[in-house]
Design a binder for this molecule. Structure first.
Ligand SMILES: Cc1cc2nc3c(=O)[nH]c(=O)nc-3n(C[C@H](O)[C@H](O)[C@H](O)COP(=O)(O)OP(=O)(O)OC[C@H]3O[C@@H](n4cnc5c(N)ncnc54)[C@H](O)[C@@H]3O)c2cc1C
Length: 418
């Protein structure tokens, strides 16, 4: 057991209340920890911005469990340690000629932590990282091991788990043969073009991110188009009414692009292009906060228009806003459950009180559009159960796997009460 006090999350906007963090080095040791503790929460790489991973009792990290990815070429899956970081996993897969369909913007997050919150990249034809999960193993409240595979009745409830069902030890992910990606940044795309033909823009490449600071009412600052030459058509000659960037860019205007993945349409390995930021750049505590609201695709244009009406209030607190897309899945607590969604993401200045005040306003404006907040980012809305048609089934699964409420915490009590 490691005892550490005053530990913070990555952004440094919160200190965990947990007095202890266990870092077991074997599954047996982990099973003992889980069986003996009355209350605990699993901890990943600490990249969430809210108290989802926190507790006043103990936390447990699986980062020391170790192990190498085990590839099943026939099944096209890789079974990986749950504490692995996506960036390290991607290197190991690439060395053997394999790839993942999606990565988040930052490769430093753990597999278990990312899938537990429904973390996603971008792409009209690409689901969240959790949608690539074909199986997982977890230690449940009584210390026993549970293996679930796609097709098992509880599987769809247990992938985006919020850490509420147990401690995941390994995850089996869908893989595909390695592929190349070209990254094109286009500047100054008119909002009018985007809002008239959102799908025409977001469908144009394997992964598309639209960045705006909301300081220019007429155009978005940058569109990042991550194109698969083996599948995607060339980008349209009119560049959606914008212009190709003449050099490398950082999503935040005026910041050096040295930490960003390679652009200018140069083809390269999927793992070096899908994230926005390079794995070999070690991010320090980010002077930022993040929020994201995912809305069903049919409401996306109206939701963006609602944000445009708040631009004068958003811009002073904002570093950058990113619009992305995620394909529908069937995972009960996934923000993309049952429908294709558009993510409206905000990277904020680290002024939490002011940001939280504005989040309440943003949530009021987005309420007609059936938003679901990203589980790992800041949001103000309380109980979100009504936004998830299978929330009652998830509550039943929790009662069955964790009858003594070992994995409950204040975050779950507030946002997903049993
Ligand atoms: C700079 C930055 C960029 C980001 N980019 C994106 C992005 O592109 N797309 C996106 O969707 N999100 C993004 N996020 C959010 C991030 O992906 C999520 O917050 C994610 O959950 C972080 O994973 P983690 O390993 O740090 O988990 P933590 O924050 O440590 O924990 C998150 C949840 O996972 C659970 N958990 C962790 N490990 C286990 C385990 N072994 N078993 C069971 N449950 C477990 C915890 O209990 C908790 O509920 C970003 C965050 C940052 C800081």
């Amino acid at each position: 057991m490691t005892e550490e006090r005053n530990r913070s999350n990555w952004a440094g906007n919160l200190r965990y209340a947990a007095s202890e963090v266990y870092e077991p080095e074997s599954i047996d040791e982990l099973r003992q920890v889980v069986a003996q503790e009355g209350s605990l929460r699993a901890l990943g790489t600490r990249h969430s911005f809210n108290r989802i991973a926190d507790t006043e009792h103990a936390q447990v990290s699986v980062r020391r469990l170790g192990g190498e990815p085990v590839i099943d070429a026939d099944a096209r899956t890789a079974t990986v340690p749950a504490g692995a970081r996506y960036g390290d996993l991607a290197i190991a897969l690439e060395e053997q000629g394999w790839a993942l369909a999606a990565l988040a913007s930052l490769p430093h997050i753990s597999v278990a932590g990312a899938i537990a919150t429904g973390t996603h990249g971008s792409g009209d034809r690409t689901g969240s990282l959790a949608s690539s999960v074909a199986g997982l193993e977890l230690v449940t409240a009584d210390g026993s091991l549970l293996a679930l595979r796609r097709g098992d009745p509880d599987f769809v409830g247990a992938v985006v788990s919020l850490g509420a069902l147990g401690v995941t030890t390994s995850v089996t992910l869908d893989i595909e043969p390695s592929y190349e990606v070209e990254q094109h940044v286009i500047e100054g795309i008119p909002w009018a073009h985007v809002l008239n033909d959102l799908t025409g823009v977001t469908f144009a490449a394997h992964s598309v991110s639209l960045f705006t600071t909301w300081r220019d009412a007429e155009t978005i600052d940058q569109g990042w188009f991550k194109r698969r030459p083996d599948r995607d058509d060339s980008l349209p000659r009119d560049h959606f009414g914008g212009s190709p960037a003449e050099g490398e860019r950082h999503p935040l205007p005026g910041i050096s692009p040295e930490n960003c993945t390679q652009q200018l349409g140069v083809p390269g390995r999927w793992l070096d292009r899908l994230p926005h930021f390079r794995l070999d750049f070690t991010p320090s505590n980010g002077q930022e906060l993040q929020s994201e609201y995912l809305v069903p695709r049919e409401h996306a244009v109206d939701a963006i228009r609602a944000l445009q009406g708040l631009a004068h209030r958003i811009a002073p607190l904002l570093q950058v806003c990113e619009v992305r897309t995620v394909a529908a899945d069937d995972l009960w607590l996934s923000p993309a459950y049952g429908c294709d969604v558009v993510g409206l993401h905000f990277t904020w200045e680290q002024r939490q009180t002011e940001v939280e005040g504005l989040l309440s306003t943003i949530e009021r404006e987005l309420e007609p559009f059936a938003f679901r907040p990203h589980w790992g980012k800041l949001f103000m809305v309380g109980d979100v159960s009504a936004r998830y048609p299978r929330a009652a089934d998830f509550a039943e699964l929790r009662r069955r796997l964790d009858p003594a409420r070992k994995f409950d915490n204040a975050f779950l009590d507030a946002h997903l009460p049993r």
